[in-house]
Every structure is written in structure tokens, then in C-alpha cells.
Ligand binder design. Structure first.
Ligand SMILES: C[C@](O)(CO)[C@H](O)COP(=O)(O)OP(=O)(O)OC[C@H]1O[C@@H](n2ccc(N)nc2=O)[C@H](O)[C@@H]1O
Ligand SMILES: Nc1ncnc2c1ncn2[C@@H]1O[C@H](COP(=O)(O)OP(=O)(O)OP(=O)(O)O)[C@@H](O)[C@H]1O
Length: 267
């Protein structure tokens, strides 16, 4: 049985306070995009994870897919599975690739073994694996707060635009990025700001990680500038970086950026 686990981008990202549990409260809008990993599960003698495609740092034994399987196995009598992951979503890019794999595996197991879990129950499993993970259960544009796992509806539709993503050869660790940040409350909630016309997002929406990550990796700031120079209506780093996405009114080709980076068109 197969699943296509997609990436996300963050339309605005405010880190508002440090929590007693060491995590941070944030405000963001998650938006799913069409860069996909492929996950296949088949019955096997023992449960293993085989990885193809781009490299994931660390051992396959530590893959979040195995953690998701073990989590469900605590509550359900699951037969052993071979999990094959074709990795396409860049890692350390702020695209939530690992989180998406885990969430889609939960959905796959729920379908294959008819576990009868509803969306809320699957979200509860997912949020134990990572703050970003629960979003990928419903996988629709949503306003998120708390650790990034409390959701409310938001009306954002970018289907009439072209979204482009640039991934520089830089791996940003999410934990490091959070440790460099000074949380602060914004005067207006992102939930209101996101309703502004798209042309006003440039001067109103922020990703709080940009200032510290751009200081350490100035080449990411250069990519953002280049995307605006090419005519983007809005451009921003996704999550804690290192990828930068841009929203264009029309299709574009960016050969200048392709030299040093991976560029994904029309995601
Ligand atoms: C930056 C974002 O991508 C924005 O969507 C997410 O907040 C990251 O979420 P994630 O990768 O699922 O994060 P996790 O794997 O749960 O946590 C990795 C590390 O990031 C930090 N972390 C994460 C989420 C959060 N709300 N506060 C945090 O401080 C913690 O130090 C944690 O140990
Ligand atoms: N299936 C997986 N895919 C990607 N990374 C994985 C996976 N399983 C475990 N990891 C570990 O998680 C780390 C980062 O994962 P991920 O790609 O979700 O982060 P990210 O791109 O920074 O996105 P975000 O900041 O939105 O979580 C990797 O360095 C890797 O060691």
C-alpha cells in the first residue's frame, strides 16, 4: 500500500513565547505543497525501514517512520511491515518532511489494518512524534498555534498562483534555530494579517527565524532578495529554514538560482 507524503510551507511564522516544557508557542499558517515522499508498506518477517532517494542524516533505525510504527504498535496488534521510503523532500529545509512521513504512515496503517482511528485520534498520535506532525493528518491550509499543533480554520487559497521553492545546500537544525530566537508577541495576530490582500503580505507577514538564520547563512537572504528581484509578490523562508519559497503571479524560470541551489517549480 502506497502513500504520497507532501511538504508544507509556513505563510508567516511568529515565535511568541518560551513554554515551561522547553518548546515554544508560535503562530503560523501551514500550507501544503506538491513536493512528495513516497511511502510503501508491505507485510514482512520483521519491521524495517529502507530508504531510497536523497540522504537522511543518521541511521535508518532512527527514522521517524519506525517511531510512528512503534507508537501505534503499543496500542494495536500490528503485523511486521517493511517500510520503504522514497525521500524527495529536502531535509533540514523547514518543509516538515519527516513529520509528513510519520503522519502519512499513521494514515496508511489506519487504512491498511482498519484501526478505526478518526482524525482527532490520529492527530493525538502524530503530535507525540513532532510538533509539526499533526498538521499533516488533515493536510489542509490551517492557522496553527501552541506548539504548532492547535488548529483553527483559515481562508487561504493560492491555487491561482505559482509557488516556487529554492533549497540552498545548507542544513538548518530546527532545535538550533529555536535556541537562537528571542520570543515576542506581535501587535496583530497572524490570523488577521493573513486575510490581507496578497500584495500586502510583503510588508506585513514575517518569519521570526529569518533574522537569526540569515545572520548565520547570508546566502539564504540573498535568495530571498533574488526572488523579489524576479517579481515575486511574496517571498519568505519556510519554517526554520533553509528553504525559501516565493509566490508569483505567472510562471517563471530562474536559471541564475539553479546553479547553486535546487529549485522546485510550481509546487
Ligand atoms: C519550525 C517549524 O517547522 C514551524 O512549522 C516547526 O515548529 C518545527 O516542528 P518540528 O520539526 O515538528 O519540531 P519537533 O521535531 O517537535 O522539535 C524539534 C525541536 O524544535 C524545538 N521546538 C519545536 C517546535 C516548537 N513549537 N517549539 C520548539 O522549541 C524544540 O527544541 C524541539 O526539540
Ligand atoms: N523520514 C525522515 N525524513 C526526514 N528526516 C528525518 C526522517 N526521519 C528522521 N529524520 C531526522 O529529522 C531531521 C529533520 O527532519 P525534517 O526534514 O522534518 O526537518 P526540517 O526539514 O527542518 O523541517 P521542519 O523544520 O519543518 O521540521 C533530519 O536531520 C533527520 O535526522
Amino acid at each position: 500500500m502506497l502513500a504520497f507524503a507532501n511538504a508544507k510551507i509556513n505563510l508567516g511564522l511568529y515565535v511568541t513565547e518560551k513554554r515551561p516544557d522547553g518548546y515554544h508557542n508560535l503562530e503560523t499558517v501551514f500550507y501544503p505543497v506538491k513536493i512528495n515522499d513516497v511511502i510503501e508498506i508491505t507485510d514482512a518477517e520483521e519491521t524495517t525501514c529502507q530508504i531510497k532517494g536523497i540522504d537522511i542524516p543518521g541511521s535508518a533505525k532512527d527514522n521517524i517512520c519506525l517511531k510512528a510504527f512503534e507508537l501505534l504498535k503499543k496500542d494495536f496488534d500490528l503485523p511486521d511491515q517493511q517500510i520503504t521510503l522514497l525521500k524527495n523532500i529536502p531535509v533540514g529545509a523547514g518543509l516538515g518532511g519527516g513529520s509528513s512521513d510519520a503522519a502519512f504512515l499513521i494514515k496508511l496503517l489506519n487504512d491498511k489494518f482498519q484501526l478505526g482511528l478518526n482524525t482527532h485520534q490520529m492527530e493525538d498520535y502524530a503530535r507525540q512524534l513532532g510538533a509539526d506532525c499533526a498538521f499533516f493528518i488533515n493536510n489542509r491550509p490551517v492557522f496553527a498555534e501552541g506548539r504548532g499543533d492547535e488548529f483553527s480554520e483559515v481562508d487561504v487559497d493560492l491555487s491561482g498562483y505559482k509557488i516556487i521553492l529554492v533549497k540552498p545546500p545548507v542544513h538548518v537544525s530546527t532545535a538550533d534555530a529555536y535556541s537562537g530566537i528571542v520570543p515576542h508577541r506581535s501587535s496583530k495576530s497572524l490570523k488577521e494579517l493573513i486575510q490581507l490582500p496578497l500584495r500586502d503580505w510583503k510588508s506585513n507577514l514575517k518569519n521570526d527565524f529569518e533574522s537569526t538564520v540569515f545572520l548565520k547563512y547570508p546566502e539564504i537572504a540573498v535568495i530571498k532578495q533574488a526572488l523579489y528581484h524576479e517579481g515575486a509578490i511574496f517571498a519568505a523562508m519556510s519554517g526554520s529554514g533553509s528553504s525559501v519559497f516565493a509566490i508569483f503571479e505567472h510562471g517563471v524560470k530562474l536559471p541564475g538560482l539553479e546553479k547553486d541551489n535546487k529549485v522546485f517549480y510550481n509546487i
